[in-house]
Design a protein around this ligand. Sequence first.
Ligand code: DGL
Length: 270
Amino acid sequence: MDLRLVHPIGVFDSGIGGLTVVRALMDRLPFENITYFGDTARVPYGVKSVETITRYALEITDFLLARRVKLLIIACNTIASVAYEAVAERSPVPVLDVITAGARAAAAATTTGRVAVIGTPATVNSNAYARQIHALRPDISVFSQACPLFVPLVEEGWLDHPVTRLTAQEYLKPILAEHVDTIVLGCTHYPLLKPLLEDLAGPSIRLIDSAEAMGEIAAALLRERDLATPLRIAPEYRFYVSDVPYRFQTIGERFLGRSLGKVEVVSLPG
Ligand code: DGL
């Protein structure tokens, strides 16, 4: 057997939000090994400059490549929107990212051709979603809304708190006024707000979770490139973070939807 096939999928994020992507991968690819890196010491990236985000992203890329990953997944919309090219240039293994996954799912889902993207300020300012959606379907109108308060609210665990509800109402107001039929959750923290956002958006609006879309895209890539593991044994999951912040375990397990197990702390560049 080619040993490269049992090498892990490398997944990374600015923090622990990318665990929503790991959760989707665990469900869709239950025999693949996964190595995760969350830059918990330097999160949030969403309000940082392109130069800083790119430098951090390349440090993480080098860290994961040194752990012999067979595929890299950028599980952070902010990193994907400003540093995808830099990471892809550095990496000898294929690179997937949540923006491509979310854009594809949104272009396929909309029937009216009116799509909204919500994300961090860095993601919204980069216009990366609009570019990718337009590359697939130039006829779609894309409306964007930065929601900087959502990340701290999710980290606080206020998933259906009155403060979060009011904040979400305020953020959704301008995009609902555009009569969109699809909203892309363009940040890895937002899937945890899905029930609340669904409630506010109403039944006629489809919410796109790019984490879920990534499960399918990763499975297709492994199949096409003959990279899927042939083994049918319990996989190994490794979680690395750059810091163990306050209430890390609880928040991490909420994102992952199961127990986190052992988490190792490393400092970058390492
Ligand atoms: N994980 C980031 C994203 O998906 C949000 C957190 C941050 O600002 O670093 O955009």
